[in-house]
Design a protein around this ligand. Structure first.
Ligand SMILES: [Zn+2]
Ligand SMILES: [Zn+2]
Length: 342
């Protein structure tokens, strides 16, 4: 098979690799489409140190079941599926509580360098991580389940209710996912703060109000657009700057969720947490339940999801896409890699 191999910072290339085979309890998947994640780009540039040379990345994927390994039942060859990328032990207290993403021995497909993941024509995954999708859903939507699940989990971590007033800081794919998850809960007062005009126009197109944080103070814009200070703010960027914005605009006594992972270390205004009793809540990945709930929603084919995809490239053109996305030449939001295209 052909696979996109990360060879070192700013170096990724298509290589020929041996076709993988499904072992006991595993499924061979023909990959149809895999999204390029911000974390893949940070891995590609060497910034986050969480990707390793020789690795095949890719964790936002949709495909078809190509073959079943021994002992696999209940999955049909040819079925359209997405992959829940968190592999957990199933036996520890976190797993027993349904919090598999906190399993101390978890491994993540697309992150763990020992697992050949979804930027390839084929991949092998445990049958337990296969999540079927309806045949009538646009295939590409399946690649959006993973980032959309990150948003769903972040919103749940923020204990969002329908009477909340919500501001999402950052309008990239995770910010978009958070906004859509908030809207699913019936929240009507919701806006996204995003400096880039292209991303604001994407959000406009899917019916989400936006603010340009460079145009005026966020608190003033929140008063105008949301009718007051937000009771839940989600930082979908994760930089010192974005977290400062989030804490400054959040109503006293209310919640800020940190889900963006732009920088490993940020500085925080301690008084904006202590003095006005704000809660700063972390969010990472999703539970298996939140992943499957998101897949069920995507399976209902919400039409706005089409607008979230701004580019498609073949495996052969993927190295150039990585370069252009990482250095900012390409400002597209979500770009998909289609292994069968070229
Ligand atoms: Zn991702
Ligand atoms: Zn566990």
């Amino acid at each position: 098979m052909r696979a996109l191999v990360f060879r070192g910072p700013w170096d990724i290339a298509v290589e020929e690799r041996q076709d993988p085979e499904a072992g006991p309890g595993e499924v061979l998947v023909e990959v149809l489409s895999t999204g390029i994640c911000g974390s893949d780009l940070h891995g590609y540039t060497g910034e986050n140190g969480r990707r390793f040379p020789g690795q095949v990345m890719g964790h936002e994927t949709v495909g078809r079941v190509a073959a079943l390994g021994p002992e696999v039942t209940g999955i049909a060859v040819g079925a359209l599926i997405t992959v829940h990328p968190v592999l957990s032990c199933g036996a520890c207290p976190a797993c027993a509580a349904g919090l598999d993403h906190r399993c101390p021995t978890k491994r993540i497909i697309g992150v763990d360098p020992a697992i050949s993941a979804a930027f390839a024509e084929l991949m092998v995954v445990p049958a337990a991580n296969v999540v079927p999708l309806p045949e009538n859903v646009p295939v590409e939507y399946g690649a959006l389940v993973e980032p959309l699940a990150v948003g769903h989990h972040a919103v749940e971590r923020g204990r969002c209710g329908s009477d909340d007033t919500v501001l999402v800081v950052g309008g990239g794919p995770i910010g978009q996912a958070c906004a859509l998850a908030v809207r699913r809960l019936g929240v009507t007062r919701i806006a996204v703060s995003e400096p880039h005009a292209g991303r604001r126009s994407l959000l406009d197109d899917i019916g989400v109000a936006t603010m340009d944080p460079t145009a005026a103070a966020l608190a003033d814009q929140a008063a105008e657009v949301l009718g007051g200070a937000p009771t839940l703010v989600i930082d979908a960027v994760g930089s010192s700057r974005s977290l400062a914005d989030a804490l400054a605009v959040c109503a006293a006594g209310e919640r800020v969720v940190l889900v963006g992972m732009h920088e490993p270390r940020v500085s925080v205004s301690a008084y904006s947490v202590s003095l006005e009793e704000r809660s700063l809540v972390g969010s990472y990945c999703y539970t298996g339940t939140h992943f499957r709930e998101t897949a069920a929603w995507v399976g209902s084919a919400p039409p706005e999801l089409a607008r979230l995809i701004e580019g498609r490239v073949s495996l052969v053109d993927a190295p150039e896409a990585f370069r252009a996305l990482a250095n900012g030449d390409d400002g597209s939001s979500k770009v998909l890699v289609l292994p069968d295209r070229g």
